[in-house]
Design a binder for this molecule. Structure first.
Ligand code: ANZ
Ligand code: ZN
Length: 839
């Protein structure tokens, strides 16, 4: 009797075997390469979350599959170990982050290993190791030397709870990405990285559309919108009674005749100059009020707009007419020129503002006669399944025919846009302009647990980069690492470390005390996996040439504008300075896949407070790693969010237990009489389906088809007298093939069965089975075609043809179509037999 499957013992056994035999160590040889990368985790005290194995299992299945297809696969893992979560945890527990980080890594590594992933652990990287962050600092020095890292004093996003500055990308709906506290503003000296540099911004945008980039459309769109390129014009307005001008950025120069007032951002330097005596007190008060509002609060369409009149007037350059200048915080100082021409007839925010403050509204674009929106009479909305508010537009924001625009009346607004821009250029009143939403990347943190920024401040020489030979600048091991909240990092208090010599003049100097953000270590780590122990450079050029770019990158969609944008930028920079070899191109990740979120059993986001968190250790212990892996792949489409179900994993475990018992039994008992020789068509079909599904990330349907095959027991093979399974093909019986295609999903079980079959080598050395297209070809059979139950024709179609296919074929027959006019009321379809049109 075959013993019940003991997942605990068998899984441990194979994990040990793989470790000892270095089964997953990447060898350098001439096979074609594939680089399969997971977003590395940060070592959290909570350990692994059930969401982690979702992506890791998918990438593991693909890696194992590709190895069996004959590729040389690089599949590494490491730790994003610096940053706020680690530091906050250390502060909470009172244990130094050096210690807690190590503990957390050890624990998570053990957890990850217990799932049997085929990582090459010999290439593990830890971003908080000085051997690693030496190169993170080196990259910063290169950015600095190329003028792409600079220090500036500017109001920045400030999280009062994390007591640090944040990049724009880290502010989610006005709150801190880490702790959800409302983000304020603070004026301090900061390091910024010039991601908006002309050399990069258009590439970051346009390269997203490269053919070879196989990324989800939504992620590309999120990045494009974040970069936010707008084409339009800068237009100059004179100020009545002043020498100065106001420059505005507009995407709609075609609405210039409709500009009835102007708005300056409260921080705009001109405000102080043009405000009249009478208005000064009100305006100053208004400016003070808007200081503490976030950009989001200021620009939110749903929030009521506020503003005050400055007392001064500008001149509309095409109409030579005075229009009032207002100050309002719905205009941001950081975008465009920090000033706008307001066109209430064609811009919603301006419209609401004008209504509120009774400013004139002049229509200059007539909507096309055929409205894009449906326009039933007011009050009848319900009949159209709409609400009254859906019917009306407040102001027309689309294109149309020019009106109230002097000699341009009657022109199409698009055409006029070009004309007016040319006219403004000719008269020195403006020019075509492009603006981006993307801002430079705030790169300094006032926290302890990060890479020290390798800069030395010298009174005489200014900011001097730490020479390469002195890298890494090690993070000093201090007792007090709590954030100070003063805008300085805790490092500032360590006088012995701060005070140093200027590398240029030898005079007394001070070290930069800010540290880098967590993204610094994660935006180049996949290069280091190619050559993790290199002491002389980031990685050897030949090795980078061999492995880059990453062929498949798997991780969460939440990184769309954070990690993935930074990573692309740094990679392009490293490409430009010759670190990334020319041959591999300047896009790091060819194919990107995002896993969906795994919800709690109650369909809610998993959280401690809801008590719906599933503990992966418990699941692995109770059901086994193979069940956990298979279940997470079986839950539903990879990209979808889906709820956990204990019932579901029980089902998967039952399936694997049956595979073990049934196949194991046959192997042991030589029950050849039970295994009648049959056509192996079914296994060929299954191999084809599983192969295609792995390639298209449809793991759930791959698993279904394996289940279907197994349950049908259509095995077409038998055991020979040596107790080996044998099919009509000389080496692999159907069962053998089945075990091989199951192995990327349930590797422990597959290895054990493989060994039972007498094999001495790991199943991972087996080639991926091929399938015979000829065998799978569907047989053609005759379908009966009826109209209202009366036989009208017989047609030939594949036995497995769908209703849709048979319908299409049937409709081409004149004997049938003559009885049909328009769509039939109903169709009765019997697979492999009949189609009946009811009319
Ligand atoms: C006049 C106008 C008329 C505008 C019209 C729009 C519609 P995007 O597409 O996001 O680039 N704008 C310019 N600078 C601004 C700032 N610093 N803060 C707030 N709003 C600003 O939007 C560009 C449009 O946003 C510009 O075009 C300007 O309003 C406004 F029928 O100018 B527009
Ligand atoms: Zn100096």
């Amino acid at each position: 009797m075959t013993q019940k499957y003991n997942h605990q013992a068998i899984e441990k056994k194979w994990q040990k075997y793989w470790d000892e035999n270095k089964t997953w160590e990447t060898k350098t040889d001439s096979r074609k390469k594939q680089y399969v990368l997971d977003m590395f985790p940060y070592p959290s005290a909570e350990g692994l979350h059930v969401g982690h194995p979702e992506g890791y299992t998918a990438s593991d299945i693909v890696s194992r599959y590709l190895r069996m297809k004959g590729f040389n696969v690089l599949h590494p893992m490491g730790w994003d170990a610096f940053g706020l979560p680690a530091e906050n945890y250390a502060i909470k527990t009172g244990t130094h982050p050096i210690i807690t980080t190590k503990q957390n890594i050890d624990n998570m590594r053990k957890q990850i290993k217990s799932l049997g992933f085929s990582y090459d652990w010999s290439r593990e990287v830890v971003t908080s190791d000085s051997d690693y962050y030496k190169w993170t600092q080196w990259i910063f020095v290169q950015l600095f030397k190329h003028g792409l890292a600079y220090e500036a004093e500017a109001p920045i996003n400030w999280c009062p709870s994390c007591k640090t500055g944040l990049a724009n990308e880290e502010v989610i709906k006005g709150t801190c990405e880490r702790c959800s506290t409302k983000v304020g503003k603070k004026q301090i000296k900061q390091w910024l990285v010039k991601i908006t540099d002309k050399k990069y911004i258009e590439r970051l945008l346009n390269d997203l559309d490269r053919k070879e980039l196989d990324w989800p459309e939504n992620i590309k769109l999120l990045q494009k919108n974040w970069i936010g390129r707008s084409e339009g014009a800068d237009v100059v307005f004179g100020i009545d009674g002043h020498d100065e001008n106001i420059m505005v950025f507009t995407t709609r120069p075609d609405t210039l005749f409709g500009a009835t007032y102007m708005v300056l951002a409260p921080e705009h330097p001109l405000v102080k100059k043009i405000v009249t005596k009478e208005k000064k007190i009100v305006v100053d008060k208004y400016i003070k009020q808007s200081e503490n509002k976030s950009d989001l609060e200021r620009t939110d369409l749903a929030k009521e707009k506020t503003g005050v009149f400055t007392g001064s007037y500008a001149i509309n350059p095409v109409k030579n007419k005075k229009i009032p200048i207002w100050v309002a915080d719905y205009v941001l100082v950081s975008y465009g020129t920090g000033a706008i021409m307001a066109v209430p007839a064609h811009d919603e925010r301006d419209y609401e503002f004008a209504k509120k403050y009774q400013l004139p509204i002049i229509e200059v674009i007539k909507p096309p006669r055929v409205m894009p929106k449906m326009h039933p009479p007011m009050g009848s909305a319900a009949a159209w399944g709409m609400q009254d508010s859906d019917l009306e537009y407040k102001c027309w924001t689309g294109d149309g025919e020019m009106v109230n625009s002097d000699e341009y009346n009657g022109l199409d607004s698009q055409e006029f846009k070009k004309k007016i821009t040319t006219r403004l250029e000719k008269n020195g009143q403006g020019h075509a302009a492009i603006n981006y939403k993307l801002r430079d990347w705030l790169f300094s943190r006032q926290r302890y647990w990060g890479e020290p920024i390798p800069i030395i401040h010298c009174k005489k020489c200014g900011r001097v980069a730490v020479p390469e030979k002195d890298l890494p600048v090690k993070l000093p091991e201090v007792k007090k690492y709590q954030p100070t909240g003063t805008g300085e990092s805790p490092l500032a208090a360590i006088k012995g470390w701060v005070n140093t010599k200027c590398p240029r003049c030898g005079g007394p100097a001070k070290r930069e005390t800010n540290t880098m953000p967590q993204w610094a270590g994660s935006n180049w780590y996949w290069l280091r996996y190619c050559d993790p122990d290199n002491k002389k450079q980031i990685a050897d050029q030949e090795k980078l040439k061999k492995w880059l770019p990453v062929d498949l990158y798997v991780g969460g969609a939440e990184h769309a504008v954070l990690h993935l944008l930074y990573a692309r930028f740094i990679y392009k920079f490293l490409f430009d300075i010759g670190v990334v070899p020319k041959e591999v191109g300047d896009e790091p990740f060819v194919k990107l896949k995002n896993q969906g979120i795994i919800l709690g059993e109650d369909n809610q986001k998993m959280s401690k407070s809801r008590g719906n968190v599933v503990n992966p250790d418990k699941v692995i212990n109770e059901f086994g790693a193979d069940s956990m892996r298979m279940y997470e792949m079986f839950m539903g489409p990879f990209e979808d969010s889906k709820p956990w179900s204990t019932q579901g994993i029980v089902g998967i475990k039952r399936f694997l237990d049956r595979v073990w018992l049934v196949i194991g039994e046959h192997i042991e008992k030589n029950q050849d009489e039970l295994l009648k020789q049959k056509s192996s068509k079914a296994i060929h079909k299954t191999i084809k389906k599983v192969t295609e599904d792995i390639n298209s990330f449809k793991f759930n349907t791959a698993i279904s088809s394996m289940m279907e095959w197994f349950n049908a027991r259509d095995w077409g093979m038998k055991l020979n007298k040596y107790g080996e399974l044998e099919g009509e093909e000389f080496d692999l019986g159907a069962i053998k093939k089945f075990i091989v295609i199951l192995s990327p999903f349930a590797p422990h079980l597959a290895e054990e069965l493989w060994q039972k079959l007498g094999h001495k080598k790991s199943i991972s050395c087996e080639p991926w089975p091929t399938y015979n297209e000829e065998l799978i070809k569907e047989q053609e059979i005759v379908f009966v075609v009826q109209v209202n139950g009366k036989l009208r024709d017989n047609i030939k179609a594949n036995a497995g043809a769908s209703e849709e296919d048979v319908k299409k074929l049937a409709l081409t027959s004149p004997k049938v179509s003559r009885y049909l006019s328009g769509e039939p009321k109903r169709i009765i379809f019997v697979k492999g037999k009949l189609i009946n049109f009811v009319v």
